[in-house]
Design a protein around this ligand. Sequence first.
Ligand code: CA
Length: 235
Amino acid sequence: MKQQPRVLVVEDEPAIAELVLVNLRHNGFTPVWSEDGVAAQREIDAVLPDVILLDWMLPGQSGLALARKWRGHERTRSVPILMLTARGDEPDKVSGLDAGADDYITKPFSTQELLARIRAVLRRRSPQEGTDIVEVGALSLDAATHRVNWQTRPLKVGPTEFKLLHFLMTHPERVHSRSQLLDKVWGDHVFIEERTVDVHVKRLRESLGAAAAMVETVRGAGYRLTTQAAIPVTG
Ligand code: CA
């Protein structure tokens, strides 16, 4: 059975938090409530949530500061953040997205809208669950049929390299450390040496051929899939 997505709700107003928690619980989520950034950080340190619902106005550190902090930390870097803002605060929304939030929702919101937004950020961030085609530059990957194309030409990619590429393509332009890739691609509880990642990245590059340069090594940090790399033009 699929595990229920864990949603960390960071909200200081008990009435709103209660409403959100009840609705999440009734719709197949496991919600956890924190009243401020300190409590939320404790929760994150204990169990990493699948998505964070983050109020803008909080006692202590603001939602904006928290989003920026969590985006900058390795452990929380890829956890989707959905920001709650007050109606009509356009500059807030922009700075929220700048700080690394994936989406925002304006108060007051309908629970249907909230659930739809949460499902949307989870879909965008869960490579294993989607059946959609992912495209980055001229590279496209179909998770349903396990096909990879480069400029419409099919590429042969092994199963582990496929999973690795799928993860990189659904999280492009970000640097992922070897340990993060082990967590996300090989799974949390498997003990594998970090060198294994290098081996599969090498194989992936071989499979990608002309597109190999898209998989960049970031010295001392890890790997990144990017469209910014200089790619040789193939006729
Ligand atoms: Ca608040």
